[in-house]
Design a protein around this ligand. Sequence first.
Ligand code: C5P
Length: 283
Amino acid sequence: MLVKAYAKINLLLDVLGTRPDGYHELVTVMQTLELHDTVVITKAREIELIVEGADLPCGRDNLAFRAADLLRRQVGYAGGASIKLIKRIPLAAGLAGGSADAAAVLCGLNSLWGLGMRMGKLLDLGAVIGSDVPFCLQGGTALVRGRGERVDPLPGLPSLGVVLAKPCFGVSTAEVYHRYDDIENPLHPDSQGMLQSVRGGDVSGLVACLGNALEQVTSSMHPEIEHIKSILAATGALGVLMSGSGPTVFGLFDNETAARQAAGRLKNGNFGVWVTNFYDPRS
Ligand code: C5P
């Protein structure tokens, strides 16, 4: 069985405060990208994980392994599965690559093992594995709240082109949130404006409301992020923003052709470049 595990970006991310469980209360608008890892799953006696295309752990430190193990224990399934991750989504990038793999494993095993588990239950299990997993299970465009477990679908957007620019370092999400707590005057992006624009299919409104409360934190740790934003903006992007806790910066374009042309002008930068577009697995 072959399952695609799609990357995401955050068109808006606001932090409302800290929660008693130590996590942060979020309001974020997430969008699935066509860029994906491929997860190949076959039945086996035990749970085994192989990773191609990236240097990643294959045991409990890998969210995909944890997802399989949690699901098996939850339902008391006697067998296992051999899971191969073919990685394309950059690691520690703010694109939810690990969470996407975990979500794909939950969906794939639910079907391969014939469990018939409903989406509501999969979402509960996903939230145990990681804050971005519930969105990755649903995909498309969504308003995500809580620590990430409350996912409300939004209408699909036009398939905008996307250039992703990722510096050669990764960031720790936990560290970014930790440092966020020390900011005296955090910025709060316009979540109401973003929701109104997305619901109305208003791309220029959406671009005007792009905002990420974590950007000031990650940029202060890595000033390269501001530099990459200005380079991407100069290629004619409709708008640019850091995704999630970073460090990937995305630029939005009218379509994938425009994104590809812009990426062609980004030679010699000290960062990796990917071209993709908005994707809606629901349609
Ligand atoms: O849930 P996940 O393991 O992906 O989160 C990684 C880290 O990011 C958490 O350990 C926590 O420090 C931080 N986080 C947070 N609030 C959220 C999501 C993540 O503080 N809503």
